[in-house]
Write a protein that binds this ligand. Structure first.
Ligand code: GDP
Ligand code: MG
Length: 298
């Protein structure tokens, strides 16, 4: 291959909550970098992941879902998503096929009006519908913005991904690899470990608990001789009633969270993990700028 033909660029994945942005990111890099759940607010920060081949390097930015937000954590999340729009080479606007009623009123279109960045329309979860049933909605979406193309995919099963990558690379400028070819993400391992704990809480708890929870890793010690990593993490909640739910009867819930998170950490880190979890109450942290900074949300 001629060196000059190598293509590279930054690609932001945006869209409403729960349409499958993080699932798409993970599929594109072949590893779980971003946590996934059916609940909104699963992704709270910008997540960077890299896909490199001999021909191109795509630097992907997964973002929190774009929705109307007034303040605190919600506003910080939407800002994190919109901040990427003008700094990338291509935007992937993801919508979900089954939710055709909602496709038309995503506030993201307002943001797109102000950007000159190339945008590809990605219609996800096509496995849940007959593909031709979304044609009308797709046409109406296409009338609202000058997209560089539309691709129907299933991020979960992988269909349409090859076509998406081909279209994406075609829009990237010729450029160098910005990251070493074996780079998967710029996130520290300890951050991903905290996220894996949060993912298990999202899956195992209900109602307000997932939204009131933040996780920070307070200690990450490697013992290479034993191939063991000792991880201490704090689960922050807003009220003592929430703390009681996270701990569960006789500590059963916390044990389940810990066991499931530990297995995924061991998979990610290729080492045995000793995981210690603490649950702490920090009143109204979602409205507290200092706590938001401390937990990595601002
Ligand atoms: P995000 O909020 O946009 O990042 O969405 P997630 O990636 O967290 O996914 C939200 C939910 O949709 C999860 O339960 C995923 O498993 C599910 N999901 C994502 N992509 C697909 C898909 O292509 N097909 C189906 N059936 N489900 C999907
Ligand atoms: Mg997400």
């Amino acid at each position: 291959m001629i060196q000059g033909e190598f293509k590279s660029g930054f690609v932001s994945i945006i869209g409403a909550p729960n349409v499958g942005k993080s699932t798409l990111l993970n599929h594109l890099v072949g590893q779980k970098v971003a946590i996934v759940s059916p609940k909104p607010q699963t992704t709270r920060t910008r997540i960077l992941a890299v896909r490199t081949t001999a021909a191109y390097q795509i630097i992907l930015l997964d973002t929190p879902g774009i929705h109307r937000a007034r303040g605190g954590l919600n506003l910080a999340m939407v800002r994190a998503a919109l901040a990427t729009l003008n700094t990338v080479d291509v935007v992937l606007l993801v919508v979900e096929a089954p939710d055709s009623n909602n496709l038309n009123n995503i506030s993201v279109f307002e943001a797109l009006h102000t950007t000159r960045t190339h945008v590809l329309l990605v219609v996800n979860k096509i496995d849940l519908v007959r593909p031709d049933t979304v044609d009308d909605v797709v046409r109406s979406l296409e009338s609202r913005h000058q997209f560089k193309g539309t691709v129907k995919i299933s991020a979960l099963h992988g269909s349409g991904i090859d076509e998406l990558v081909t279209r994406l690379v075609a829009l990237l400028p010729v450029g160098p690899a910005y990251y070493p070819s074996d780079t998967l993400t710029d996130l520290p391992e300890r951050f991903i470990c905290g996220e894996l704990i949060r993912e298990k809480i999202l899956h195992l708890t209900a109602e307000e608990i997932p939204y009131a929870t933040a996780v920070t890793v307070s200690s990450f010690r490697e013992d290479p001789e034993k191939n063991l990593i000792h991880i201490q993490a704090d689960i922050h909640v807003e009220r003592s009633s929430q703390k009681a739910i996270i701990i569960g009867k006789g500590g059963a819930m916390l044990r389940q969270i810990g066991q499931q998170a530990r297995l995924e950490m061991e998979n990610l880190l290729g080492a045995r993990v000793f995981l210690e979890l603490w649950v702490r109450v920090q009143k109204k942290w979602r409205q507290d700028p200092r706590a938001l900074r401390e937990f990595g949300y601002q």
